[in-house]
Ligand binder design. Structure first.
Ligand code: NI
Length: 437
């Protein structure tokens, strides 16, 4: 059924809601407001899901082709070409952006808002050991984080949405971003202006998860992925003979105290119900056993949830390192870099995505996650002042063949999830544009 007709049906349902409760009760709808949306939305979404399932075979062949030809971040030349020519064949405008990655825009037949859909496309420096017939043909490079699945699902969504362009109230921007694993392709795409002209009103994306069955989705409201701040602490003491430490300032002893004090930030300076990680992963100092080292260098990472905690932990790491060094007669130079900003899913837009998920796979097909992930994800750059939601697409098979962790050489995914991921992208875009006219 054409989408325009279904939109009218939605408006009719909205009118019912403005009636007093007695009238609502006489309508044979289910109890909750959320549920009472579904009979209409479910039909829309189910149509899209059927369209996505009809593409399943094509999606599998695209995915296997991309999987067999993985490319590292910022070197995704072939992958870029595959995606670009596919979008062009659908009549989607390609806009110049970065050297790799693809930025496409589909103009709907009617005026309206603009939604951004995002997938990442880079692979990892891993030697594939799955033995699959479509395993990587590039030595030492593998799609071991599912970005081949992400790119393929978004290509599928582009095909579905392009077929419905006349019914779309607004535009869909497609962000196939390079280099998620490395230096943050998202940030560079955003700096290149992909969120402007027209301005993006909401942004959506997701990551494959083999911990969830294909045909299911995962969702977390609020704080979802941690922000990352790598740091370097240089401790300046004073070298001298190892037999006479009082003649110098032992940078190793001072740096050890700094490492200990940093452990107390999470345990004693933030609430037990907040989350943060401070890890010192590298400690270098000294040249010989009988020399007091004048210089020591510590490298580590800070991971935090939410902007306030990020600001607080960065400040505490700096104050603590400088304070401890100074108390012990040394000095510390603290350099904290700003890396991925974290992902905080916006409540209202996430509730909308939740509704769309349920309309596709039912309530039992959606897992609401309680705990955030202290890992990082550069999707957060796209959410700069824009409501966004980053979810999980199920690509598991109950642990039969797809039981190996991502970022490992045996990683495998259940391709049945492709149609569901494509359908969710398409349904979120279509429903958002047609609900926000
Ligand atoms: Ni990934």
């Amino acid at each position: 059924m054409p989408y325009a007709v279904q939109s009218h049906t939605l408006i009719v349902v909205r009118l019912f809601f403005s009636f007093p409760h007695g009238i609502m009760n006489s309508i044979p709808f289910k109890k909750s407001i959320l549920e009472s949306w579904y009979p209409i939305m479910a039909f829309d979404a189910q149509t899209l899901l059927q369209e996505a399932k009809a593409l399943q075979e094509e999606l599998v062949s695209i995915r296997r082709d991309i999987h067999a030809h993985p490319e590292l971040g910022s070197h995704e030349v072939r992958t870029t070409e595959v995606i670009r020519s596919y979008l062009e064949s659908l009549g989607i405008e390609i806009r110049p952006c970065l050297e790799t990655g693809v930025f496409g825009i589909l103009y709907g037949g009617q005026p309206g808002k603009t939604i951004g859909l995002r997938a990442d496309i880079d692979a990892l420096p891993i030697q594939e050991a799955t033995g699959l017939e479509f395993a990587s043909q590039n030595d030492g490079v593998m799609h071991a984080c599912g970005h081949d699945l992400h790119a393929t699902a978004l290509m599928g969504a582009a095909k579905i949405l392009a077929a419905h362009r006349n019914e779309l109230h607004g535009n869909v921007k497609f962000f196939f971003q390079p280099d998620e694993e490395g230096s943050g392709g998202a940030e560079r795409m955003v700096k290149a202006g992909c969120l402007q002209n027209p301005k993006v009103d909401a942004v959506f994306g997701g990551h494959s998860s083999t911990g969830q069955l294909a045909g299911q989705y995962g969702l977390k409201y609020g704080k979802t992925y941690a922000a990352s701040n790598p740091f370097v602490i240089r401790v300046h003491g004073q070298g001298c003979h190892g037999a006479y430490p009082a003649n110098g300032i032992d940078s190793i002893a001072v740096a050890c105290q700094i490492v200990s004090a940093l452990q107390m930030l999470v345990s004693r300076r933030i609430s037990a119900t907040d989350s943060a990680v401070v890890t010192v992963g590298s400690f270098h100092a000294g040249t010989a056993g009988n020399i007091i080292a004048g210089e020591a260098e510590l490298k580590g990472i800070i991971r935090t949830l939410g902007p306030q905690m990020r600001e607080k932990m960065c400040r505490l790491v700096k104050e603590t390192a400088e304070g401890v060094a100074s108390a012990l007669g040394a000095s510390a130079e603290v350099e904290i870099r700003t890396s991925y900003p974290g992902v905080v899913n916006e409540d209202a837009f996430t509730a909308f995505v939740h509704r769309v998920m349920i309309s596709l796979v039912g309530e039992q097909g959606v897992t609401l996650k309680a705990t955030p992930n202290m890992g990082t994800e550069d999707f957060g750059y796209f959410m700069d002042g824009i409501p966004g939601c980053y979810c999980a697409f199920g690509f598991g098979d109950g642990g039969k063949e797809c039981r190996f962790p991502a970022h490992g050489p045996y990683f495998r995914a259940n391709e049945d999830g492709l149609a569901y991921a494509a359908a969710l992208h398409a349904a979120v875009a279509m429903q958002y544009l047609n609900e926000n006219i």
